[in-house]
Each structure stands twice: as C-alpha cells, then as structure tokens.
Design a protein around this ligand. Structure first.
Ligand SMILES: Nc1ncnc2c1ncn2[C@@H]1O[C@H](COP(=O)(O)OP(=O)(O)OP(=O)(O)O)[C@@H](O)[C@H]1O
Ligand SMILES: [Mg+2]
Length: 264
C-alpha cells in the first residue's frame, strides 16, 4: 500500500521561475490496484513519480509504502521496492550488454533473497522462461545486444527487468508514448499480463485517453499540481475517452490537452 499525505513540491522557490509542481497532494493506492494518471503537460505527473521514487525531495507532506515512512529515504533505498519505466526505451536497458546481461543486472538488483537463490540455481532456464511467457520471441535472443533491438522490444525487456523481482510498486511514465501503434499495443498487453501474473500494484501515466479508459481500476486526472478528480467503480467501467475530455474541459483553469490526448 502506498500513501501520499499532503505532499507539496515547489521548484525555484522565491524566484521569478517558481513552479508549484505539487500542491498538498494526497493519494492512497491499495495493494494490487492499477491506476492510470492523466493530465496536460506540466500538470505534475512526472513530479508525482519523482517524489514517490525519491528523485525529488518533498517540501512538506509524507510518503509511506507498506506503513514505512520513506519520505526522506534516498532514491537507491526505495529502488528495491519500486520499479520504474520511462518514455525513452533507451533509459531502461544498458546498450553494449546482451539481454542476458541486462536481466542478470536486474536480478542482482533484487533484494529478495529467495528470488536471488532461484536465479543463481538455474539462471539460464529462468530467464528463458520469463521471456517465453511474453511471447515476443526474445527468449531465443538472449545473447543479442539490446542496442540492436527495436524500441518496442527494448521497452518489453525493460518491463520484464522492472518486474523481475516483483516490486511493491511499478511506476510507468508514458512508457508507450515513443512507440509506433503496433509496438505500443504489444507493450500494453505485456504490461497487463505482467501486472496480473505478478499481482503488481501499478500507477501508469498516459497521454492516451483510450489507454486510461481501457486499463486499470481507477483514473486520476491531474491539473496544476493537484488531483482534480478520480473515476472508479461503476462509472469507470462505462468510461469513454470523450467523457474524460468533457470532464477535463469543465475544470476551472484547465490548460489545453494535446492532439495526442484528444485522439489517442
Ligand atoms: N527539476 C525541475 N526543475 C524545475 N522545474 C521543474 C522540474 N521538474 C519539473 N518542473 C516543472 O514542474 C511542472 C510539472 O512538471 P512535470 O514534469 O511533473 O509535468 P508532467 O505532468 O509530467 O508533464 P508532461 O505531460 O509534459 O510530461 C512543470 O512546470 C515543469 O516545468
Ligand atoms: Mg511527465
């Protein structure tokens, strides 16, 4: 369970460039929940992820994961519990290393002792099995340099790496935005499959209203550093992209949505 309690972040405080990126934001995420986060450029979505992962320190407020107060934990200490995938497929994997080497690094990074023993015992078979489940044919390319893979394949490997050690929380920041529609569809299917099979808790930022309506149990709309509204339950089940766009435009002071958001 993740909880953020009245979290605020201001960049360049006291200067003409001051930005209040998060304004007393509170959020509670249940174990096993899959949440999609939408909002215009600059709404504070990535900053939300940065304070959860520890890349940005809060000005005030509290962040807890499984009842542990990690508000002032450094990023590396949180990274064992929190997996993160970014928009750029190059960020999640090391070029010059093979798929096997990348997976080995992810496995070493995992602190779950039992899991590490399993990896050592039969690492080869284990990696093969992890990739085989994804049905992308990558299990036969364990010795390929990841730099030679397509963006979609690289993002698929990144997802497998981020979930290999079953993190308590998986943060996806527009992780399909740089992919072509086919690859994006594959990576979304893989995301769903991994979330279900590992029973992960997922928070996913997307600019696609379509993805926000199809994936997950709850949609959160951010605007100007705040959560403006949430849609869950029955209303979420019947949600259409046009409903989200209408709700967004009814917000006071809402900035424009991009074409990608309107069409996606
Ligand atoms: N390190 C930083 N230093 C200064 N300002 C920042 C920093 N990071 C973010 N900001 C500002 O904080 C605000 C929120 O940015 P953030 O990246 O969280 O938005 P976002 O919702 O992720 O937008 P996008 O959809 O474009 O990714 C923006 O005005 C941005 O310019
Ligand atoms: Mg962002």
């Amino acid at each position: 369970m993740l909880s953020l309690d009245n979290v605020s972040v201001t960049f360049n405080a006291g200067t003409p460039n001051e930005v209040r990126a998060l304004r007393e934001l509170s959020l509670f995420v249940e174990d096993g929940e899959f949440i999609t986060v939408i909002g215009s450029n600059g709404a504070g979505k990535s900053t939300l992820f940065n304070v959860i992962s520890g890349a940005v320190e809060v000005d005030s407020g509290r962040i807890q994961l499984d009842d542990q107060d990690m508000t002032y934990w450094p990023e590396y200490r949180r990274s064992h519990d929190i997996g993160r995938v970014f928009q750029d497929p190059r960020l999640g994997t090391c070029p010059g290393l093979t798929i096997r080497e990348n997976l080995s690094l992810a496995a070493i990074h995992g602190r779950r002792a039992g899991l590490q023993r399993d990896v050592k015992r039969s690492q080869e078979a284990w990696f093969f099995q992890q990739l085989e489940q994804q049905q992308l044919g990558l299990e036969h390319r364990l010795d390929a340099d990841v730099a030679l893979l397509s963006g979609g394949q690289r993002q698929a490997i990144t997802l497998v790496m981020a979930t290999l050690t079953k993190p308590k929380l998986l943060l996806l920041d527009e992780h399909t935005a740089a992919l072509d529609p086919n690859a994006a569809e594959q990576v979304i299917a893989l995301t769903q499959q991994l979330a279900e099979s590992h029973e992960l808790t997922v928070v996913m930022i997307t600019h696609s209203m379509q993805q926000a309506c199809v994936l997950g149990d709850r949609v959160i709309m951010m605007n100007r550093g705040r959560i403006e509204f949430e849609i869950a339950g029955e209303e979420r089940q019947n949600l259409k992209p046009s409903d989200l766009i209408d709700r967004f435009h009814s917000l006071e002071g809402a900035t424009e949505l991009s074409d990608r958001q309107l069409l996606g």
